[in-house]
Write a protein that binds this ligand. Structure first.
Ligand SMILES: [Fe+2]
Length: 192
């Protein structure tokens, strides 16, 4: 399975070559199931394209594309530096990468944002990102669920909420990509 190849289009949204290398490395280490499973098994929370095989990859692509398009609009993108824009795309490519745990568990792990951030920290010696950017990337990912930060069963607060502009922006892109009324036209695994 050529995991890296799934996101060739999305790497083009990243300007800094070292960051492209880093995200490719991280994608190559994601568990196999990520590339196959639907974004939502119930179909309750995602548009139809995301509810079948490769749905989570498609959801990821839609979220990254939404970010890219918004950031390209200078009236929106001006808020972020080029480096931050790269971190936003990196975060979205990897944000659900360990959605069902590693190794795979039967259900979605509610704390998957924390699992992804831990996964990144475990690989940090192989990455060129400096400590500041690593921390930024991880906190963007940890808070990507936005207001849904309490475990369904225990009602305990397990995830941090977005606390700054960049974290809110990434949550917004993920949120938009999960809205059922926003269908993205796919041709295979590519957005048309
Ligand atoms: Fe997501």
């Amino acid at each position: 399975m050529d995991k890296i190849a799934y996101f060739e289009k999305e790497y083009e949204y990243i300007k800094d070559e070292n960051k492209v290398k880093d995200i490719k490395y991280l994608v190559s280490k994601l568990p196999d199931y990520f590339f196959e499973i639907p974004a939502s098994s119930t179909g309750k929370y995602h548009p139809s394209y995301a509810t079948t095989k490769h749905g989570l990859v498609k959801h990821t692509k839609a979220a990254a594309r939404i970010a890219y398009e918004l950031l390209e609009d200078e009236a929106i993108g001006f808020k972020f530096s080029d480096e931050e824009k790269d971190l936003i795309i990196m975060a979205l490519i990897i944000h659900d990468g360990i959605k069902s745990g590693n190794p795979k568990e039967e259900h979605t792990r509610f704390d998957h944002p924390l699992l992804v951030s831990k996964f990144i920290m475990e690989q940090k010696d192989k990455l060129s990102l400096d400590t500041d950017n690593l921390r930024k990337l991880c906190s963007i990912i940890e808070s990507h669920m936005g207001p849904w930060n309490r475990d369904y069963k225990t009602k305990k607060e397990v995830l941090p909420k977005p606390k700054n502009e960049i974290e809110r922006f990434v949550h917004m892109c993920d949120y938009l990509a999960s809205r059922k009324f926003l269908e993205v036209p796919f041709n295979g695994l590519n957005i048309k």
